[in-house]
Design a protein around this ligand. Structure first.
Ligand code: NAD
Length: 281
């Protein structure tokens, strides 16, 4: 058996086309969605992620500002810059690219972004609304993963979903999202201190790995026919390695490709949040 590919690059293209149509409608009202990104320092991976977000904005007819700040900027100066973007009525979405240099408190900087312009969906106010069951702007990677599974008709209601990794970007908000009433997955959140990952993943209908450990999930950990989503990426010798080993495709029913997929879905949902903010404005 060879698994069906959960191809997020193809699906994201469709989502971008749908967003482009909404951007045209907004333009008729004289509104151009505008994203401001803030990159502190010169992390090469962050530069590449930011670059793709701006490319997508341009393709969709949206405006964007690429703000680059020195790696040694004091925290108060960074927060003042974010607050100025919050106050700018022409800017709909503000994103501070993570990770930040070690001297900056990511929690404090993240909280400085206005919850109403939080395109990442990671402000504690938006995460709190998700937890409360009244979601506002959704965290983009979890929203992209749910969309990827639904678009491929992978059932979630009453199904066992094992999520590896309890990080705030992916694992924890994804557990909240998939267990919302109406989605109704039965979620188990696994992490570094879990006693036996395979014991849980072998029972799961869906396995999502957001650990950032090369080849962490192998075929012997997967129930035949299960859907497997690789989110974690590790940079090894200049290349990217997925959390999902190659042999998983031999046993899974659905699997993400070794590269891409979730990254494109993340950008599609980031820009979906931006369009939503502009429409509401
Ligand atoms: P994080 O470092 O905050 O969390 C990693 C989690 O993995 C932790 O909870 C840790 O306990 C768990 N973990 C690590 N090793 C483990 C192991 N051997 N067994 C079980 N659990 C283990 O990371 P994050 O910010 O949540 O991101 C997770 C991964 O997803 C990273 O590799 C990141 O690069 C990737 N990511 C990809 C996208 C994308 O668009 N493709 C978006 C966001 C994050």
């Amino acid at each position: 058996m060879t698994a069906i590919l959960l191809d997020g690059d193809v699906l994201a293209r469709r989502r971008f086309d749908e967003l482009a149509a909404r951007v045209v409608s907004l333009a008729k009202r004289g509104v151009v969605p505008r994203l401001a990104t803030v990159l502190v320092g010169d992390n090469p991976a962050s530069q590449s992620y930011i670059g793709r977000k701006h490319e997508n904005c341009a393709e969709l007819g949206m405006a964007s500002d690429d703000i680059r700040l020195p790696g040694d900027i004091p925290e108060d100066a960074l927060i003042a810059r974010v607050e100025a973007l919050n106050a700018d009525p022409l800017i709909h979405g503000v994103l501070v690219q993570l990770p930040l240099p070690a001297h900056l408190d990511e929690g404090r900087v993240g909280e400085a972004v206005s919850p109403a312009k939080d395109v990442d969906g990671l402000h504690p106010m938006n995460l709190g609304r998700l937890l409360a069951g009244t979601p506002g702007l959704l965290p983009c990677t979890p929203a992209g993963i749910e969309d990827l599974l639904r678009a491929h008709d992978v059932p979630l209601a009453g199904r066992r979903v094992a999520i590896i990794g309890r990080g705030m970007l992916v694992g924890r908000p994804l557990a909240m999202l998939l267990s919302l009433p109406g989605t109704d997955a039965e979620v188990t959140l696994l992490h570094r201190r879990s006693s036996d990952l395979a014991e849980v993943t072998r029972q799961a209908d869906v396995v999502v790995s957001a650990a950032g450990q090369p080849d962490l999930v192998t075929a012997d950990m997967i129930r035949p026919g299960a859907a497997v989503v690789g989110v974690g990426i590790t940079y090894v010798d200049g290349g990217m390695v997925s959390d999902i080993a190659d042999d998983v495709a031999q046993i899974a029913g659905h699997v993400t490709p070794r590269h891409g997929s979730v990254g494109a879905m993340t950008r599609a949902h980031l820009l979906s949040n931006l369009v939503r903010i502009a429409e509401a404005g």
